[in-house]
Design a protein around this ligand. Structure first.
Ligand SMILES: NC(=O)c1ccc[n+]([C@@H]2O[C@H](COP(=O)([O-])OP(=O)(O)OC[C@H]3O[C@@H](n4cnc5c(N)ncnc54)[C@H](OP(=O)(O)O)[C@@H]3O)[C@@H](O)[C@H]2O)c1
Length: 348
């Protein structure tokens, strides 16, 4: 099968590097275009970017020239990992020019005609795309993936939504890689916890309600359940942990919930998309798991891990969820979105 050419907007940044790593050897996407700011355009990738991940950039990428982030010579499908201060206008310009923009930036996530997609949870939200194209007059489109802590929470909740979730309290322990490079100063985070991440709680609350909301002809009807998030930065390198308490309308048993976690599958699994983990949510029975250092990298970082399901004396049940913030919370999420879109015929 011939591979589709793809590009990355913001290829020199931290998330851009995760895209490069994740796309290396991809069976259906071939990375041929690297876009960044004017500061980098015209340079070879190895001169423009300081590689922050383990190993080194693939040789063909290291030698490739970085382009200006302007539509025209880029492939139709572009992944976006641009700085949020510039992503709004540039992503719109690409979509208007006919590009399919699969974005990791926060800028368009909450717009009513833009899918905030988790392929296992809300693939039907892709039905927003025709409206987006009609109303904005775009030949292309923008599809987004959630914030790195939201995706862990929503994957943990998705299997048990069937029991009528009414209220959720979620507390995060977020890895430092989620703040990009150089991120939080080492003097602030070593041996410490920072109980504030700007706008993170608001994002987690509203994105969760959109993702778990229902698609209607008039757009997405947000989930009615109340969501309260507490977000904390902790001295962990990779992997966001979220502790969750949930109140239900029906009163599921421990066995009901565990069965739901263990049997959760989505369209990516049914269609065997290349980046889909076999089990998107994996229930761990050990009393002290999941843990970021031991579990976040499993299944290429594409699954969510759930454990410690036990009664909550205030709500009904509580549990722990874990996911890899720069893979399932960033580059891997966007690549899986594009794989779903390809399987839906949206890439032409
Ligand atoms: N870090 C994470 O774990 C994470 C997780 C989820 C989402 N995100 C989101 O992903 C995006 C990228 O984050 P990051 O941590 O990778 O940031 P970053 O390391 O600062 O990289 C930003 C990228 O944007 C490019 N850029 C800046 N100004 C530009 C312009 N005027 N035109 C075109 N490109 C421009 C930069 O290119 P130059 O090198 O040429 O300046 C660089 O490639 C952000 O929107 C962030 O909120 C990050």
């Amino acid at each position: 099968m011939s591979r589709i050419e793809v590009g990355i907007l913001g290829a020199t940044g931290m998330v851009g590097q995760h895209f490069i790593k994740f796309l290396d050897g991809h069976p259906s996407f071939h990375l041929t275009w690297l876009g960044a700011s004017e500061r980098s355009a015209g340079k070879r990738y190895s001169e423009a970017a300081k590689w922050h991940l383990g190993g080194s950039a693939p040789a063909d990428i290291a030698n490739r020239k970085v382009e200006d982030a302007k539509p025209g010579n880029a492939p139709k499908l572009v992944f976006s990992a641009m700085d949020a201060s510039v992503a709004t206008e540039i992503e719109r310009a690409f979509a208007a020019a006919g590009h399919v923009v699969v974005s990791n930036s926060r800028n368009h996530r909450m717009e009513g005609d833009v899918p905030l997609l988790v392929p296992e949870i809300n693939p039907d939200h892709l039905k927003l795309v025709p409206r987006q194209q009609r109303e904005r007059g775009w030949k292309g489109m923008i599809v987004t993936n959630p914030n790195c802590s939201t995706i862990v929470l929503t994957m943990g909740l998705a299997p048990i939504m069937q029991f009528g979730v009414t209220r959720i309290i979620a507390t995060t322990l977020q890895a430092i890689s989620g703040a990009g490079y150089p991120g939080v100063p080492s003097m602030d985070i070593m041996g410490n916890v920072i109980p504030f991440i700007g706008n993170e709680e608001e994002k987690m609350q509203e994105e969760t309600q959109k993702i778990l909301g229902a698609y209607t002809e008039n757009g997405v009807e947000p989930l009615a359940a109340g969501v309260s998030a507490h977000c904390n930065r902790v001295p962990v390198v990779d992997g966001h942990t979220v502790t969750v308490s949930v109140e239900f309308l029906t009163k599921p048993t421990h066995a009901d919930l565990r069965h739901a976690f263990e049997n959760f599958r989505g369209l990516p699994q049914e269609r065997e998309l290349p980046s889909a983990p076999k089990l998107p949510v994996q229930y761990m029975t050990e009393p002290d798991r999941p843990q970021p250092r031991k579990d976040a990298e499993r299944d290429r970082g594409m699954a969510a891990f759930v454990g410690r399901l036990r009664p909550c004396p205030v709500f009904d049940w509580k549990f722990v969820a874990l996911g890899h913030n720069t893979v399932r919370g960033a580059a891997g999420a966007a690549v899986l979105n594009a794989e779903l879109m390809q399987s839906e015929g949206l890439l032409g």
